[in-house]
Design a protein around this ligand. Structure first.
Ligand SMILES: [Zn+2]
Length: 127
């Protein structure tokens, strides 16, 4: 097993960024790596949209810092970098944090369902 797997993320204005991960690594490591890159992209996109560029927002410390993607006990999770508390499995954050974070719609793009996230994105691109 070798090589790289990647996808492109597109903003509504059509600009895109590629993210990728090395194949052959533990899955949790791959997920955390991709989440890290998605986070980078999301923060820039939020910034460009003049929205608060903290994503995903730490539910324990609102308006303070974003969560950090880490591998813990073999699972890729979002963790609070200040307290070290595990907040949610990566991909399940939208469910866990719903109603806690006032982060807005962009947070949903994180959701576990790849297909629906992509559909949402495509819709956004047409607007
Ligand atoms: Zn925190």
């Amino acid at each position: 097993m070798g090589g790289i797997a990647g996808v492109m993320l597109y903003e509504p204005d059509g600009s895109g960024m590629g993210i990728s991960t090395m194949l052959g690594q533990p899955r949790a490591q791959q997920v955390a790596e991709l989440a890290d890159q998605v986070q980078e992209w999301a923060v820039e996109a939020l910034c460009a949209a003049m929205r608060p560029a903290v994503w995903p927002e730490c539910p324990l410390h609102p308006n303070a810092h974003p969560l950090a993607p880490v591998v813990r006990h073999g699972q890729a999770v979002w963790s609070c970098p200040r307290s070290g508390v595990t907040i949610a499995l990566i991909g399940e954050l939208a469910v866990t944090v719903a109603g806690v974070s006032g982060g807005g719609g962009c947070v949903e793009a994180e959701g576990g369902e790849r297909g629906s996230a992509r559909k949402r994105k495509r819709r956004a691109a047409r607007d």
